[in-house]
Design a protein around this ligand. Structure first.
Ligand code: NAD
Length: 247
């Protein structure tokens, strides 16, 4: 489904991002996997190359807090892989402090990675995509971007912002043949969810109509569809992949 395409996936070292990288490689794309530390990037690359030595995958660890570093890394991807057709903005962190304990610097930290870095990476990629005649930008939102969340306000606030970027950039970049969509996962089995207390997770699972947590691959399948030409007339969409969960 992605033969001849090249993709950048941020936060590609584990969890949902790693599943997206693998799914894109299985479907014929060349992938640049980005992570926060070169050591974890190298670990993920080794795992993928052991799985299939023919997969074309490279790794980088730019600071997503710096537009200059992001632009330099995006240009390096273009030099090494030839093009940048698809960007998946996936890197993210979460926190659940109550508002009364929430520190201003923690709000800024979560917003800077979950939202501002999506702006930086999208800006850097869009310049290259426009020159090439088009591309696809995909963002990782969350089900809490629809309902909000009863603690840890920085996380849902950042994801509401991601939806705003998605819908607005779809309208701004459509004329440059760049589609922009987001996937809004529910409760997905990754380290982020493993870090949540059992008392919180178990009752949550009982409310999910499909009766289970999602797997990273469930989310990767949605990204594959949106990245592919099957979604050629889909833009500005927030696709829920959450088993119809409602928090
Ligand atoms: P995870 O913690 O397993 O992986 C997070 C990824 O982000 C890792 O690759 C990590 O290296 C990267 N990352 C973290 N801090 C970074 C930084 N400062 N700079 C660059 N990269 C950094 O999490 P996950 O569950 O796979 O989450 C991936 C995305 O999916 C996030 O945007 C998250 O908000 C979203 N999401 C997850 C769930 C879920 O249930 N797991 C639900 C909804 C949305």
């Amino acid at each position: 489904m992605l033969k001849g395409k090249t993709a950048v996936v941020t936060g590609g070292t584990r969890g949902i991002g790693f599943a997206v990288v693998r799914k894109f490689l299985e479907n014929g794309a060349a992938v640049a996997l980005w992570g926060s530390r070169q050591e974890t990037v190298d670990g993920a690359l080794a795992k993928l190359r052991a799985e299939n030595p023919d997969w074309k995958v490279i790794g980088m660890s730019p600071d997503l807090g710096s537009l200059q570093e992001v632009e330099a890394a995006m240009n390096r991807v273009k030099e090494q892989l030839g093009r940048v057709d698809i960007l998946v903005n996936n890197a993210g962190i979460s926190a659940r402090e109550s508002l009364y304990d929430y520190k201003e610097e923690d709000f800024e930290k979560i917003t800077d990675l979950n939202l501002n870095a999506v702006f930086r990476c999208s800006k850097a990629a869009a310049v290259l995509m426009k020159e090439q005649g088009g591309g696809v930008i995909l963002n990782t939102s969350s089900m809490v971007s629809i309902y909000g969340q009863a603690a840890g306000v920085g996380y849902p606030a950042s994801k509401f912002g991601v939806n705003g970027l998605t819908k607005s950039l779809a309208r701004e970049l459509g004329r440059d043949h760049i589609r922009v969509n987001a996937v809004a996962p529910g409760v997905i089995r990754t380290d982020m969810v493993a870090a949540l207390p059992k008392e919180l997770i178990e009752p949550l699972i009982r409310t999910i109509p499909l009766g289970r947590v999602g797997e990273p691959e469930d989310v990767a399948n949605a990204f594959l569809f949106l990245a592919s030409d099957l979604a050629s007339y889909v833009t500005g969409e927030i696709l829920s992949v959450d088993g119809a969960a409602m928090t």
